[in-house]
Design a protein. Structure first.
Length: 143
């Protein structure tokens, strides 16, 4: 069996590719339900793939304003919580179609191993709101 770090890399490589393509349906397939999103200013639960797909589609419209074309990431921490649970901290990096760096943002994901693959059950955006506000100001994009 592939080591944990390799399994997580494979998972987030494919997830990141779905984000790059703005494929909300594919991205929602990486989640288990209900899934939870919580930050300093928001807490919510999504009970179905359709709910998540709708939310991601709305978020993707926001990102399209910045000509988002490439998404990369790096793990900043991987913590085994239990036999099936893993907490992962990731820095996502966002680039436009010219390869220009737009912004980065840190997230914590709680994943559960199910049938030899992972599903995201909790997402904690650590600085997304601040980073998006900075990007809006930098690019002078109306909200």
């Amino acid at each position: 069996m592939e080591p944990l770090a390799g399994q997580l890399k494979s998972f987030f490589d494919i997830y990141g590719a779905a984000l790059e393509k703005f494929d909300a349906r594919a991205a929602s397939g990486f989640y288990g339900f209900p899934c939870f999103m919580i930050s300093d200013n928001f807490a919510g639960a999504l009970s179905s793939p359709d709910e998540l797909t709708t939310g991601l589609s709305q978020a993707y419209e926001f990102y399209k304003q910045f000509d988002l074309a490439k998404v990369t990431y790096e793990f900043t921490k991987i913590e085994v919580v239990s036999e099936k649970l893993v907490r992962v901290r990731i820095t996502w990096k966002f680039y436009d179609s010219k390869g220009t760096f737009l912004t980065d943002s840190d997230y914590v994901y709680l994943l559960r191993k199910e049938n030899d693959s992972f599903k995201v059950y909790v997402v904690i955006p650590l600085d997304e709101e601040q980073k998006m506000q900075e990007l809006i100001q930098k690019k002078n994009v109306p909200v």
